[in-house]
Structures are given as C-alpha cells and as structure tokens.
Design a protein around this ligand. Structure first.
Ligand code: KDG
Length: 350
C-alpha cells in the first residue's frame, strides 16, 4: 500500500480512536468535588497517626470519602493528627482489618456490615432483601435512633463504631446468561459475602452460592470458580468486573451500609477533643460519600453499558417475582434478628 493512502488510513484510525477516547472521556462520571473543611482547629495534647484501610479500590466512592476525612482531620488538628489511607484490602480484607483494629496494629477501617454478622448479629437486618425501598429511608434509619443504637451496641470487642457510609444497592452480574427471573439462576455459581442471609437469598432463588472474601473475588470470576457476583454499580466498575462479567441485572436486592470503626486501644489514647474531631469527620465523610455514591450510581451504569456490559433493567413486575420468591427469607431470620427491629425499620419505610 503506497504512502499517501497509508497516511490517510493512519489518520483515519487516529481520528476514530480520538473520537472514542473523548466519548469515553466525555462519559467520565462527574464526581462531586471534595468539600471545604468546616470548623475550627481543635487544640489538644499530643501527635497521632491514623492508618485507615478499606477493601474497595482507589477509584470507588468510598475512597473519595476517606480523602475528605483525611483533609478534615489533618486541617482541624493543625497537623497533629496525620492520616494515611490504604485501599484494595492492602492492610487486609474486612475481617482481617477488624482484627487488626482489635490488636491495635491498625487505627481505622470501614467494612460492609455483612461480613461482620458473626461478631454483631444485629447487623444481619441490613442483609434482608428489599428492606430499604430508597437510599433516603436507609439514611433515616442509619442517622436516626436505630442507627445510633447500633453504633453504641457495636462499640465493644475492642472496637469503637462512629459512623455510617454507603456501599449501596447491590446488582447481580454474571458471565453466563442474561437474568430476568429467578428461573434464569438455576445452577449459576454466585459468590456472596461471608454471610448466611446472602447464602439463603441465592439458594432460595435457585442459584448455587459460595461465600468468599471480596479480596479474592476478581480472580475467582476470572478463573471461572464462580459465574457471578453481586455488588453496587460503583464497586462493579471500580473493581473492573466488566473484564470478567458480560451480563448484569439491576436487581437492587439488598442495600449494604459501610460502618466506620476505630481501634479502641487507639481511641482511648486520643484526648477528648480529638475523639470529637474524629467522630465529626466520620459523619461528614459519610454524608459526602453518600452524595458521591448517589451521583455516580446511574452515571456508572450508563458507562458500563457504553463499555459493552449487557445490562437488564428489570420491570416492576419482574422485581416483584424476586420479592415474592424471597419473602420466606424474612420468616427464616425473623427470630434471630428480632421482629421488633425489622418492624421498626419497615415502619420507617412507610
Ligand atoms: O471492603 C470491601 C467490602 O466492604 C466488601 O464487602 C464489599 O460489598 C462488598 C462485597 O461484595 O464484599
């Protein structure tokens, strides 16, 4: 092929590539900027270091929240508290990070509540399917009396629970088939969090669930150990599951919160002024993280579609089929979780 056509072809390819990247770039999610720090500098004795480690990746909404937390604490302590952030389970997955807090080798983490149900059975209420009809109802419950009591009750076993943030509504993905009804799940190997209610949910729907740490999930999907998994769109995108999952169904089947935990050993060393500062910063982090999570949720779903993931948006009738099939899960767990708590949360949804 002689040169002129060569250059024309290459410039053509160049142009298309440029077009694509700008499309991708133009589709880049608009993340709410990290807010300015509110509040005065807190005067207190001593210098401290906080290592704050999470299991989700650096490009997720949760890590943005941590960056805001770091900014608040360092500015309002006038540098006397230094914060170092870790992501992608660099300092251990949810359960390892929690035990590092108990032993005092790590100062803070913010896991999902689901893997902690073994330690805090009351958290199981959050794993009940279709419990929170909207994120706002979740906020009402978590920021209200119920949420505060749960934080107080979870401040034991060497931990201090100081706030909530949002992992979000979970969506099913898999590498085998589009899923529009429970019948399509027959025999599908689905990874769940290490949580008996989630195992019950996917067994009840007819799938073949396997509990597994989040840190092992991508490799298990890549190697076909499991066919599918379920997480919020932001986590699906940030964890690059599109590389190993072709299909997704917008099930919104469970709303998972993150809980902000501090090592009690570290907490007891902090002067009261700095304890209040860390508590305030955790609240502001949670509110900002929720804003990022909700702003990104639909944008990320569109971006996954643009990038080739086949997403099924279930009709209300199709969602109802899942809800009816999962109704027995409430009977299975009512006594263990406590009917009073379930009814109180359901009341908050009315
Ligand atoms: O640290 C990340 C975890 O909290 C993890 O639980 C995320 O939702 C998650 C999952 O599927 O494990």
């Amino acid at each position: 092929m002689h040169t002129t056509t060569m250059t024309r072809v290459t410039s053509l390819i160049g142009a298309t590539l440029l077009g694509l990247t700008t499309l991708q770039a133009s589709a880049a999610p608009e993340i709410p900027p990290i807010p300015a720090v509110q509040g005065d500098v807190v005067q207190a004795e001593g210098d401290f270091k906080i290592k704050f480690s999470i299991g989700t990746t650096q490009s997720g909404a949760q890590y943005r929240g941590l960056e805001y937390f770091e900014k608040i604490v360092e500015q309002r302590s006038d540098g006397h508290i230094q914060v170092e952030l870790f992501h992608s389970a660099q300092l251990g997955d949810d359960l390892q990070a929690v035990s590092n807090l108990q032993s005092g080798t790590l100062e803070m983490t913010a896991p999902s509540t689901s893997p902690l149900v073994g330690m805090f059975p009351e958290f199981a209420v959050f794993d009940l399917p279709f419990l929170f009809p909207t994120p706002e109802v979740a906020d009402t419950v978590l920021d209200g009396e119920i949420g505060q009591k749960m934080l107080d009750d979870a401040s034991r076993q060497g931990l201090v629970a100081i706030g909530w943030a949002e992992n979000g509504y979970r969506q099913l993905t898999n590498s085998a088939t589009p899923v529009t009804s429970p019948d399509d799940l027959d025999g599908l190997k689905i990874r769940t969090m290490q949580n008996d209610i989630h195992l019950d949910i996917w067994r009840t729907l007819g799938a073949n669930p396997t509990p597994m740490s989040f840190a092992e999930l991508f490799t298990a999907l890549e190697q076909g150990v499991v066919d599918g998994q379920e997480n919020p769109w932001i986590t699906i995108e940030a964890s690059k599951f599109i590389e190993v999952q072709d299909y997704a169904s917008e099930t919104n089947h469970v709303y998972t919160p993150f809980i902000t935990l501090v090592s009690e050993r570290f907490w007891n060393r902090l002067p009261a002024g700095y304890q209040q500062l860390v508590r305030d910063a955790a609240k502001q982090m949670g509110d900002y993280e929720r804003e990022v999570s909700r702003t990104l949720n639909d944008q990320i779903k569109q971006q996954l579609k643009q990038s080739g993931m086949q997403i099924t948006e279930l009709t209300p009738e199709q969602v109802e089929v899942f809800q009816e099939k999962l109704a027995p899960v409430y009977d299975d767990w009512r006594d263990e979780i406590g009917g009073e708590l379930i009814d109180a949360i359901r009341k908050a949804s009315q």
